[in-house]
Each structure stands twice: as structure tokens, then as C-alpha cells.
Design a binder for this molecule. Structure first.
Ligand code: ADP
Ligand code: MG
Length: 626
């Protein structure tokens, strides 16, 4: 008995819709992509009830002839590719020819279109209900295309149930529209939600695409985010990556350029989710684990745990290098040279962030120990805990430390009004490149400074960690061994088997950082030296918590061999203690040391070392402006 039958087209379309049309935002995405592919200069997106009752996308693009309008509703009907080979050189958003028939099969669908060139005398309107064509008429309409999708999933109750609240569905739509708006600043975009205008973004006409992107970002976000420009070109090397090709066979591919450009938050600017991490490959918004990883790697030691960069980055690469056809909604992509792309992206991010601050030319190096608080302060400050300004303030501007603490330009400090009237532009000079004046310390930890732009707070603990970390890393790079102080009484410690095994793998790195640990039996270790800056009364505890933290870090990065930087970072954390009262010269030294750092704005764990509150923000807080 023959059991196999071809599915009716309507059923096939509904099945395809299951993949392509996940939720209202998928409809918006497909329609907007079509409008962008049709060279639209202006787009209007309207939704009602989170897109559940209505989605309407109107463009002024090429429009379609009557025949094309009928054809575009057929499965696998597309004007964008013709041959299989075209798949490796896709420059449009769409290519699968699936979206319109899928959407039309699960909604009440109206397509109105009029060809722009050659200018058609009239337009065509096609009404489709759950995949069945209801009417085809001529109509008057503006050149371009308008597609209306009402009652999504009206004929699929099971799918309808899966839609979330209106707010959630609107949020997904708005998120996609943000991505489209960022990728196409030259296209005007209106977004109307439940009859209310949410955005009215004008077309940005800028020769310079970075400037255009900045302007579009401001249009979307309203506020000022401190964003740095990324401009990077690297080469994908001529190598075969692991897992590609047959064993023993060396495949090479011609070297290809990879361009990365866009904006990324300055050090210290981050979010607790990936919501503002916008990455595009050949202008297509993408999700890709490798890219996520590369971004975190690029921001290394500048992002706190569980924080994510704020960015809008465009990767440009030969379309043949990337497979965009691995996900029905084309959300994910696969790079043929994934590892190389990852490395170059991380490098692009890292170089941008590092260039933000130009370290002051190294002063004659001072030994590490010197920057730490000497245990008994030379002149005790009895009133330190409750202290505001330091007793001998005027001396701060003395020429002894001209780099660290310069006198402020008289006009702005003496007359803050002038600074208020001229707030710093969003791309103001990095903080450590403007003069800072020391005011005092609050809570024994936060150093209060003044610049000609406003107030600056420095977390002396975080700053200190950064300084130590960079000094240690420099030593490691120069292959020098860190100074180490022998303990008067070496200590032995016994560890559980697994910890012992773990610690054994880190011994060499720890030794280079000045932690003298040696094996003293199967599970026993002997601790006989510590770096001089480690101030601890309980060296045993120091080592135990070091092991715990390194293990935790190891799980997070999922590697057995921890990088030297992870070890150094952890040693720093355990070396610096908060609440050590620092005398004025030590604070000055600390600031100067910070200026010498390559990345002074965060501690090695990514927490900020400095917070700025400019006059504009102060004004706001005091209600002097709105
Ligand atoms: P794809 O975008 O993958 O080609 P779609 O089903 O989304 O498939 O669209 C089918 C075809 O309909 C497109 O290739 C295009 O020629 C045409 N089309 C769709 N939307 C528009 C539009 N807004 N303006 C002009 N042509 C359109
Ligand atoms: Mg399409």
C-alpha cells in the first residue's frame, strides 16, 4: 500500500512558518529585511498589542509588479539568488524565499505594492487569509510596499498560546528594530506602537559612517554613552583550522581581510546582560558564541564578572567566509575560519580600549613594595577616619609630583559656573589625562579628587590592585622573577587530593609571582616565601583562599591551565587590603602609578577604579537643571 503523499502547499507553508515565524518579532524582522533589500529610504513600522493583532510595515522601496506580487507569495520564490553558488556570495538580508508565504499562511495578510521604476500607474493589493488567496485587485497607492499582518496565528491555536504578554512581544520587536536602525542609519525609521509614536528617526546623511552611527545611536538612546570608535583591519591567515578538511591533508585558503568598525563603551561602561551588545556580520545582526567569547576576551580585565560590553560592531568579510544559511531565521552564522575571526575581533576590541589611555612614559621604576602602604604610617593622621580635606592641601600642588597632581586651570575651578556652562562633550579627554587635585578621603577608601570638569572618586583599593597587576604582568613578560620574601617560619599545609593536584599545576607560575611553594609529600606543600607586598598574618590562609579562587576562576574559563594573568589577578586580590589609610604622598604616588598603567580605569577584575561626576551631573542632582 502506498502511504507517502506530497503535503498540500498550505500545510508545507505552515510547517515552514513554524521555523521562520517564531513570534511577532520574527514577522517584523522578515518584513523589515525585505524593505531594506528593496532599497527603502524610509520605513514605518506599526504594531498593535505586541504585534499580535497588527503588524504593518510600509516602505518606499522598489515595489513589485502585479506578477511579482503574486509570485512572492509562492514558496521558494525570490529575486535575490538564482543558483546554489549564489549562496556563498549573499549580499542581501533575505535569500530563502520563504518568509512571505510562511507569514501569509498563519495570519490575515494584505500586501499592497506599486512599482517605483518603471513607475507604475497603479498598485496591486492582494489579500490572503491563512494561506488562501482571497482577492487580487488594482488599487491606488504610493510607490513602494506595505504589508499588513493581522491576527497572527489565528488558525494555529497552539502557536497562539505560546505568545507571551504584549509587553514581552513588543520588547522583542523593539529590540530587533534597534538592530535594524543601527545597521541602516541612512534609512529613516518610524516606529508606532498602539497608536503612539515611539521613534521618529530621521535618515542620517553622513559621509563618515562612524559619525552616522554615533548620530543614530544618540537618536535611539537619547543619552550620552561614552563610546570609543573602533577601526580595525586584520587578515584571516592562510591556515587550515582544526576539524576542517581530511586528516593529513593540509588545506589552505587565500588570506582575506576582516574589517571591524563601530563603537564600543569606554573602559568602565558595561551592562549586566548582553542587551546592548550589538554585533553585525556584513550588516546582519548575529548571535554567535565565538563572537561573544571574543568580546569578553578583548575586554579582559576591563569587565567585571557577569558584565557585558556595550557595543555596536560591524564585521565585514568576504561573504564566502561566512555561512548565513544555518538558521531558518538567519540569526546565527558560522565562520569558516572561526578561530581567526575570534582572534582578530578580540584584538580589535583590545587595541581600541588600550589606546583610550596613553600611559605616561614610565618613570624610573620604583620597587613594587614601595607603592603599598608601609605598615606604620610615617606621620599618623589621627583624624583620618572622619577626615575631609587633608591637612596640608596646598602642598599637593608642589612640584614634587607634577605629573600626578597638577594645579587646576584657575578659571574653571575657582569659578565652577564657567564649567557648568560648558559641560564636557561626550567624548571628553580620558580622566587621567586631565589635571586632578586631591581633596581628601572618605570612608578610608574613596579618594576625592577635583578636575576642571567636576568631581572624581577613586577607589584606592581597586587602583592599587590594577597597579600591582600590571607590574606583575610586566615582570612575567620580561621573564623576571618577582621579589620574594622568605618567611621566618616556613609553613606546611595539607590539601585534599584534588586541590593538591590543582595547586601542583600552578606552582611554576606562583613561583614566578613570588609565592614560594614546593611539594613536600603527596598532598603536603611547604610555603617558604611570599611577595613583599603580601601583608597577611596568616600565610596558610592566604594560600588556601588563593587555591579556592583560582579553582573558581578555572571553572569559569573552563580550562585546566590557567593563564598567568588569572593567577596574577588572584594574587593581587589577596595582596591588597581595603581600608588601609594612605598618607597624602602615597595617594599621589598611587595616582601617578595609575597614570603609568596601560589600562588604568578598571581593576584587574573589571571594577572601575575611578568614577567621574561632572558638573552637569552635579547640577542635575542639585536640581539646577532638568
Ligand atoms: P526572500 O526575502 O528570501 O527573497 P521573501 O519571501 O521574504 O523571500 O520575499 C520574496 C520576494 O518578494 C523577495 O525576493 C522580493 O523580490 C519580494 N519582496 C518582498 N518584500 C518586498 C518589498 N517590501 N519590496 C519589494 N519587494 C519585496
Ligand atoms: Mg525576505
Amino acid at each position: 500500500m502506498n502511504r507517502i503523499r506530497l503535503l498540500p502547499e498550505q500545510v508545507a507553508n505552515q510547517i515552514a512558518a513554524g521555523e521562520v515565524v517564531e513570534r511577532p518579532a520574527s514577522v517584523v524582522k522578515e518584513l523589515v529585511e525585505n524593505s531594506l533589500d528593496a532599497q527603502a529610504g524610509r520605513l514605518t513600522v506599526e504594531i498593535h498589542a505586541g504585534g499580535r493583532s497588527l503588524i504593518r510595515v510600509t516602505d518606499d522601496g522598489t515595489g513589485m509588479s502585479r506578477d511579482d506580487a503574486l509570485l512572492c507569495l509562492e514558496r521558494h520564490a525570490t529575486s535575490k539568488i538564482q543558483r546554489a553558488e549564489d549562496l556563498s556570495a549573499i549580499s542581501t538580508m533575505g535569500f530563502r524565499g520563504e518568509a512571505l508565504p510562511s507569514i501569509a499562511s498563519v495570519s490575515r495578510f494584505t500586501l499592497t505594492t506599486r512599482e517605483r521604476e518603471p513607475a507604475a500607474a497603479e498598485g496591486t493589493e492582494i489579500i490572503v487569509n491563512g494561506g488562501k488567496i482571497g482577492a487580487v485587485k488594482t488599487c491606488g497607492s504610493a510607490p513602494g510596499t506595505s504589508i499588513e499582518v493581522r491576527q497572527l496565528f489565528f488558525n494555529l491555536p497552539a502557536r497562539r498560546k505560546f505568545m507571551r504578554t504584549e509587553e514581552t512581544e513588543s520588547a522583542h520587536i523593539q529590540h530587533y528594530l534597534t538592530l535594524a536602525a543601527l545597521a541602516y542609519p541612512g534609512v529613516a525609521l518610524d516606529f508606532i506602537k498602539d497608536g503612539r509614536m515611539v521613534w521618529q528617526l530621521p535618515a542620517v546623511r553622513h559621509e563618515d559612517r562612524l559619525a552616522a552611527l554615533r548620530e543614530r545611536w544618540r537618536g535611539l538612546r537619547g543619552g550620552e554613552t561614552n563610546l570609543l570608535a573602533v577601526e580595525f583591519t586584520g587578515q584571516l591567515p592562510v591556515v587550515r583550522e582544526e576539524g576542517e578538511g581530511l586528516e593529513g591533508e593540509v588545506e589552505t585558503a587565500p588570506s582575506q581581510p576582516l574589517r571591524v568598525w563601530g563603537l564600543i563603551g569606554a573602559p568602565g561602561v558595561s551592562r549586566n546582560s548582553r542587551a546592548e551588545q550589538n554585533v553585525f556580520v556584513n550588516r546582519r545582526p548575529v548571535e554567535n558564541r565565538g563572537i561573544n567569547y571574543a568580546l569578553l576576551e578583548g575586554c579582559h580585565t576591563m569587565l567585571m564578572k557577569d558584565r557585558y560590553p556595550v557595543c555596536c560592531l560591524f564585521l565585514e568579510v568576504n561573504p564566502a567566509e561566512v555561512d548565513v544559511n544555518i538558521h531558518p531565521a538567519k540569526r546565527e552564522v558560522k565562520f569558516h575560519r572561526e578561530r581567526a575571526v575570534r582572534q582578530l575581533l578580540a584584538q580589535a576590541v583590545r587595541e581600541t580600549l588600550l589606546n583610550y589611555h596613553t600611559p605616561v612614559k614610565p618613570a624610573p621604576p620604583r620597587p613594587v613594595a614601595e607603592i603599598t602602604p608601609p605598615a606604620p604610617l610615617p606621620e599618623p593622621h589621627p583624624e583620618f577616619p572622619k577626615l575631609a580635606p587633608l591637612p596640608d592641601l596646598p602642598a599637593i600642588t608642589a612640584p614634587s609630583t607634577p605629573v600626578a597632581v597638577e594645579p587646576p586651570p584657575p578659571s574653571s575651578i575657582r569659578n565652577p559656573q564657567s564649567a557648568i556652562r560648558n559641560p564636557p562633550p561626550p567624548t571628553a579627554a580620558p580622566l587621567l589625562q586631565v589635571p586632578l587635585r586631591l581633596i581628601g578621603v572618605v570612608g578610608r577608601l574613596y579618594v576625592v579628587l577635583e578636575s576642571d570638569r567636576g568631581m572624581v572618586l577613586l577607589d584606592q583599593h581597586a587602583a592599587h590592585e590594577r597597579v600591582l597587576f600590571e607590574q606583575m604582568m610586566r615582570r612575567l613578560e620580561e621573564n623576571a622573577t618577582a621579589p620574594s620574601q622568605r618567611l621566618l617560619l616556613p609553613e606546611t599545609m595539607e590539601l585534599p587530593v584534588r586541590d593538591a593536584q590543582f595547586l601542583r599545576e600552578q606552582l611554576a607560575t606562583l613561583a614566578r609571582l613570588g609565592v614560594g611553594l614546593s611539594e613536600f609529600g603527596e598532598r603536603t606543600f611547604l610555603l617558604d616565601a611570599l611577595p613583599p607586598f603580601v601583608k597577611t598574618n596568616d600565610p596558610r590562609q592566604f594560600v588556601l583562599s588563593l587555591v579556592d579562587e583560582l579553582k573558581a576562576a578555572g571553572q569559569a574559563v573552563n580550562t585546566l591551565r590557567l593563564g598567568e594573568h588569572t593567577v596574577a589577578k588572584t594574587v593581587c586580590r589577596h595582596s591588597v587590603k581595603a581600608n588601609d589609610p594612605l598618607a597624602r604622598p602615597e595617594l599621589e604616588n598611587l595616582i601617578e602609578d595609575l597614570r603609568h598603567c596601560a589600562m588604568p580605569y578598571t581593576c584587574p577584575h573589571g571594577r572601575p577604579t575611578l568614577i567621574e561626576m561632572n558638573f552637569r551631573e552635579l547640577e542635575k542632582k542639585f536640581g539646577r537643571t532638568q
